[in-house]
Design a protein around this ligand. Structure first.
Ligand SMILES: NC(=O)c1ccc[n+]([C@@H]2O[C@H](COP(=O)([O-])OP(=O)(O)OC[C@H]3O[C@@H](n4cnc5c(N)ncnc54)[C@H](OP(=O)(O)O)[C@@H]3O)[C@@H](O)[C@H]2O)c1
Length: 233
């Protein structure tokens, strides 16, 4: 089994849902985890589960919807491991369901702030140091959502995630900082809702694939976590 000894992964939104599964899966590969939620109390359960696996952890908190929150996360990493080897941009929000015509500019902006601009800010904060160190894995959560105009801000923000991931991959070509994006599938989480097709645990082991890539492996590529759900974990 390929292991991630001595690597530090920041998993945004690892307080619950898919992010928690990503954190647990990485910890099972002996990766150290920077756990993140909007506040420290939100991450308590994830932290307990990680510690039960014997993982080394560090907690950061901050609202990705504000510049102060993003800065708190970056500063929190500096006070802990100091650098990040694997940046898993998982946290995101969905807009309220309403006719596409009725979605106000502020709602579009709020979704883009968390789902796109915060992701860009974290990449800007950590990718240059990854480049200097000659190792990095950046994985951005996208979505297979389509033809649901009532959720257009969310859907369009994920299209931006895809395009940005490919642009960043091109910028980092040849550096061994690999940038990829992954669709987890439709999952029973707070966001996915109870009618979703899959249990949240089915994102494993697929979500680990872009984190475990060999040096100078694929970059700028799309992955689908559900393609791997029948593999041994
Ligand atoms: N579930 C699905 O079916 C599905 C399908 C396709 C793609 N995805 C993508 O998968 C990722 C995870 O989704 P999920 O279903 O696990 O979502 P979720 O259950 O709603 O969890 C969201 C996570 O993001 C964090 N978060 C939310 N708003 C934040 C903010 N303003 N600042 C900082 N952190 C914030 C939450 O932290 P707190 O606990 O502190 O609030 C939580 O850890 C997202 O990128 C989503 O778009 C999900």
């Amino acid at each position: 089994m390929k292991l991630l000894d001595n690597k530090w992964a920041l998993v945004t939104g690892s307080s619950r849902g898919i992010g928690r599964q990503i954190a647990l899966g990485l910890a099972q590969r002996r990766c150290n985890i920077v756990v993140h939620g909007r506040n420290e109390s939100n991450v308590a359960e994830t932290l307990q589960q990680l510690q039960a696996l014997g993982a080394r952890t560090h907690v950061v908190s901050g609202d990705l919807g504000t510049a102060e929150g993003i800065e708190a996360i970056i500063e929190g990493v500096k006070k802990g491991p100091g650098h990040i080897d694997i940046l898993y941009n998982n946290a995101a929000i969905q807009n309220d369901w309403k006719p596409i015509w009725d979605i106000a500019p502020d709602e579009w902006l709020e979704i883009f702030q968390v789902n796109v601009f915060a992701m860009v800010a974290l990449c800007n904060a950590f990718a240059p140091e990854m480049k200097r160190r000659g190792y990095g894995r950046i994985i951005n959560l996208t979505s297979g959502i389509r033809d649901i105009p009532q959720l257009a801000p969310y859907s369009v923000s994920k299209a931006a995630v895809d395009k940005y991931s490919r642009d960043l991959a091109a910028e980092l070509q040849g550096t061994n900082v690999l940038v990829n994006y992954i669709d987890p599938g439709w999952l029973k989480t707070d966001m996915g809702g109870p009618d979703a097709e899959q249990e949240v645990e089915t994102v494993l082991p697929g979500v680990l694939v872009p984190a475990l890539l060999d040096d100078h492996g694929p970059s700028g590529r799309f992955y689908a976590a559900q393609d791997y759900k029948d593999l041994e974990r």
